[in-house]
Design a protein around this ligand. Structure first.
Ligand SMILES: Cc1cc2nc3c(=O)[nH]c(=O)nc-3n(C[C@H](O)[C@H](O)[C@H](O)COP(=O)(O)OP(=O)(O)OC[C@H]3O[C@@H](n4cnc5c(N)ncnc54)[C@H](O)[C@@H]3O)c2cc1C
Length: 407
């Protein structure tokens, strides 16, 4: 088996296959920057960490994350607590991960399990209409393969999307034309409860505050045109976005930037195909939905898990991943177009008008279902999506979702 890219997805796949006794060669070009997005994890990541025997090591470097808060404006907030997952299959917490130290855990584990490594940029070439293979030069860098092509080659190259480019596979491009700027800070007020991630609605987009153990990751996501109005450089834009938002500005009065600013654009891409004869894609190389709700690392690790379980049916693997990606897209849309916030606001109005046990039970039921979907436990549940669809209609009569949409 040959895997290209030793990010979290590729290294997880390599470890899972090695655990099954499969011989794996992992190629990586070592081009990981110091500052990498993907710091806020969801509970569904934890079962994979446990499977790899990595949870203890992760807990030692990560910040415990009890939940996520959405701030709609200076006075309204919605708190999601993973504790509401108690009684489900999911852990009732998650982590905020200091990448790339976190990524390194996956690399070390793969090494411990005997995965063979090639530290260079792998190259591939097309074979006929639908096939792919490693170039002779790349194959020669793994002398233990004795010039034999691996039975399966996997693209885990992240946003490089090596196979999609080589095969000219089109990508389904998401509707948003956003740019994200982020950096690490000290001196920000601590999020409450400790470790809670805060997602804030901004005048022209949204922002994240992800507490790590010794610093805060602050990012803003906005339409490219809106960002251009904030300044000429990423520094000016990030600084202006923080300063003009009342909540961010107040929390960051004494802020000090500790890192360079990283910029990400054009990231909503899902490959139109995820596998073919003797090849498959995982993680971002297969598709990345959006940073909203943080599904990226979960999809990266879970795709590795799914592929390891479906080596004899790559088409089934691809179908399952596509289904999951679509489910995340559908869920995320409720946050961008304001319907989820309208449901919450309408729920509050309903609770004030009709207080009592039935209303409380309804509130808890709805909260629990949304938390389960956003934790990764039941994201693809038809019941969950049906419930959102049905509940969003009457909610829209009381609160116009458009007034709460994220631009
Ligand atoms: C703005 C933004 C915010 C995000 N925030 C979050 C978040 O809060 N939580 C979350 O879970 N996710 C988040 N994500 C997504 C998350 O960062 C990714 O989904 C995750 O890192 C994907 O991991 P991966 O293993 O697929 O790819 P990567 O981590 O990109 O790994 C790919 C590896 O392949 C190597 N490589 C590339 N080409 C070659 C080659 N030819 N030969 C050898 N090696 C090669 C690279 O050097 C790298 O090591 C965010 C994404 C964006 C854009």
């Amino acid at each position: 088996m040959g895997i290209i890219g030793s990010g979290p997805s590729g290294a997880t796949l390599a470890s899972l296959l090695a655990m099954k006794g499969i011989e794996v060669t992992l190629f990586d070009d070592g081009r990981r920057p110091d500052l990498v997005v993907g710091e806020s994890l969801i509970p569904a990541v934890i079962p994979v960490l446990r499977k790899l025997g990595l949870e203890e090591r992760a807990a030692a470097i990560c910040q415990h994350k009890p939940g996520v808060t959405f701030t709609l404006n200076a006075s309204e907030r919605i708190d999601f607590c993973f504790q509401s997952l108690a009684g489900t299959v999911m852990p009732t917490y998650a982590y905020n991960a200091p990448r790339p130290a976190f990524d390194n855990l996956f690399d070390v584990r793969a090494d411990e399990l005997g995965v063979k490594r090639v530290r260079s940029r792998a190259k591939i070439e097309r074979v006929g209409q639908d096939g792919l293979r490693l170039t002779a030069e790349t194959l020669a860098q793994a002398p233990w393969l004795q010039s034999r092509q691996p039975d399966l080659i996997v693209d885990s190259t992240g946003r490089t999307r090596l196979f999609a480019h080589a095969m000219e596979i089109p990508a389904e491009v998401g509707p948003r034309k956003d740019v994200a700027y982020f950096a690490h800070y000290s001196g920000f007020e601590e999020n409450q409860p400790r470790g809670q991630v805060i997602i804030g609605r901004l005048a022209d987009g949204w922002c994240w505050r992800i507490p790590l153990r010794d610093r805060l990751s602050v990012g803003v996501v906005m339409n490219k045109d809106a960002a251009a109005h904030l300044g000429a450089t990423p520094e000016e834009r990030l600084e202006a976005a923080i300063s003009r938002d009342p909540l961010l500005a107040a929390a960051g009065q004494n802020r000090r930037r500790l890192t360079e600013i990283a910029t990400y654009t054009n990231y909503q891409l899902v490959s139109a195909r995820g596998s073919g004869p003797g090849w498959a894609m995982t993680g971002d190389a297969f598709g990345f939905v959006d940073p909203m709700l943080s599904p990226g690392m979960h999809l990266a690790l879970h795709s590795a898990e799914l592929l390891a379980e479906n080596l004899d049916d790559l088409a089934a693997y691809s179908r399952e991943m596509r289904k999951l990606i679509r489910a995340w897209m559908g869920l995320i849309e409720y946050f961008y177009d304001g319907r989820i916030f309208a449901m919450y606001q309408s729920g509050m109005i309903f609770e004030r008008k009709f207080p009592g046990k039935v209303t409380d039970a309804l509130h808890n039921f709805f909260n629990g279902k949304v938390a389960c979907m956003a934790s990764g436990a039941t994201t693809a549940s038809r019941f969950g999506h049906g419930m959102l669809e049905i509940m969003s209609r009457p909610a829209g009569w009381m609160t116009d979702p458009a007034t709460l949409a994220i631009r």
